[in-house]
Design a protein around this ligand. Structure first.
Ligand code: FMN
Length: 390
């Protein structure tokens, strides 16, 4: 089968589901990596193999201007983005830029980091994929090949990317020292070394799998990181990724704190928020899974969706003019359409992409097109925001 046919085949839901089944039969846990991580690495190789044909068939994903969206002065060829964590080491962004409207790479760390411990053969896992409820639980803890590797990849591949799609680098300055000074110095080094290759940055302090993150989701650190971004990358898009509410009906204080953090970001020149990261859950209590490496893990996929909807709605009500990228449990076009109505402007997917493949991008775009009928997304957003102001 030539590469053209492989792209078409990969977009067929039945063929993708057979491919997925084959991968799960073919590969199993090894001593050092869980099944899900091994399949992820193999699938990345398959996607790289398809690079040229994804480029020549980008019209499947970005066929006309109907789903083009302009936010402030930034233009996105379609509103569906790849969420951070999928391409942690910046190896895939060139082919992905021909299918997604925005591609988030990373999370990149300054130094190489193996991430949280796992010994799958001994029953200690840091990634569990559940096809029944289309969810992923992970406690990877930012595994990263580090900044030097990321810069090499950016240098090597940036000329091959589709410039119309926005390239966002997710970064974290966390290190073993757990010091705030190091956090800020590392963040600065990452930004200085990468700014000529990317269109924007995602400040990622919301992963539930790094203990230090719980201490640094503060207004002070938000403004320190924003001032680094404002000095070294003034013209780049600045995004902040937020953790979900701890429950669908969160305590008032939690709502207040989250909104204050976002306000600080917005006032310091932040452009958009990504709502949300995965949800911290007690893995044994919630799913009766006892072979996980930590008590808590981050839940992604379908069960996260109601949390995404809640956060999008509450942030949009408070900050009508702050563009929102909805992320979390978007596994079909109808959910994207609901989120557009609740206040989102763009979308990002991770789990949905692993369960349904690249066809999910097309499905979301087609659903939005048919729901909007003659209207463009921008016209819809203008009307929505105006109505909401009344
Ligand atoms: C295996 C895995 C690794 C992830 N790694 C990162 C990461 O490095 N940085 C980050 O900010 N979010 C990371 N995420 C969170 C995703 O970007 C996304 O916010 C979350 O999975 C919700 O979207 P989804 O339901 O479409 O998966 C990761 C998620 C998964 C499942």
């Amino acid at each position: 089968m030539n590469r053209f046919n492989l792209v078409s085949a990969s977009l067929n839901p039945v063929i993708f589901s057979l491919y997925r089944k084959y991968m799960y039969l073919r590969y199993n846990d090894t001593k050092n990596y869980s099944q899900g991580e091994i399949i992820h690495e193999k699938s990345k190789k398959h996607l790289l193999y398809l690079s040229k044909s994804l480029k020549s068939h980008s019209n499947y994903f970005q066929s006309d201007d109907s789903n083009k969206i302009i936010i402030k002065t930034h233009e996105f060829p379609n509103p569906v983005g790849l969420a951070s964590g999928f391409d942690k080491n910046c190896e895939l962004f060139a082919p992905m830029s021909y299918v997604f409207g925005l591609v988030t790479i990373g999370t990149v760390l300054k130094n190489e980091n193996p991430g949280n411990i796992q010994k799958p053969k001994d029953g200690i896992k840091r990634l569990i994929v559940n096809p029944n409820n289309k969810s992923i639980i992970n406690s990877q803890g930012y595994p990263s090949l580090g900044l030097d590797y990321a810069v090499d990849q950016l240098k090597k591949n940036h000329k091959n990317r589709n410039r119309k799609s926005k390239l966002i680098l997710s970064f974290s300055g966390v290190s073993n020292s757990r010091s705030i000074d190091d956090l800020l110095t590392n963040s600065e080094e990452i930004i200085k070394a990468t700014h000529e290759y990317v269109d924007g940055y995602e400040d990622s302090r919301s992963s539930p799998n790094t203990e230090f993150n719980k201490l640094i989701q503060t207004e002070d650190i938000t403004s320190s990181i924003m001032s680094i971004l404002n000095s070294h990358a003034p013209s780049k898009l600045k995004l902040l990724k937020i953790s979900p509410y701890s429950s669908i009906d969160p305590p008032k204080d939690e709502i207040k704190n989250k909104l204050q953090l976002i306000e600080q970001f917005h006032e310091s020149g932040g452009d958009m928020v990504i709502l949300n990261n995965s949800l911290s859950i007690n893995v044994k209590e919630t799913y009766n899974i006892s072979n996980f490496n930590k008590k808590n893990g981050g839940l992604s996929g379908d069960p996260l969706y109601p949390y995404t909807e809640k956060l999008v709605e509450s942030v949009h009500q408070k900050f009508k003019n702050l563009p929102i990228i909805a992320c979390g449990g978007i596994t079909n076009g109808q959910k994207a359409w609901n989120l557009l109505n609740k206040g989102a402007s763009l979308f990002e997917i991770y789990s949905g992409m692993t369960f349904y493949g690249l066809n999910l991008i097309i499905q979301i775009n087609n659903t939005l097109k048919s729901q909007l009928s003659d209207s463009s997304i921008n016209a819809f957003l203008n009307k929505r925001n105006k109505n909401n102001l009344i």
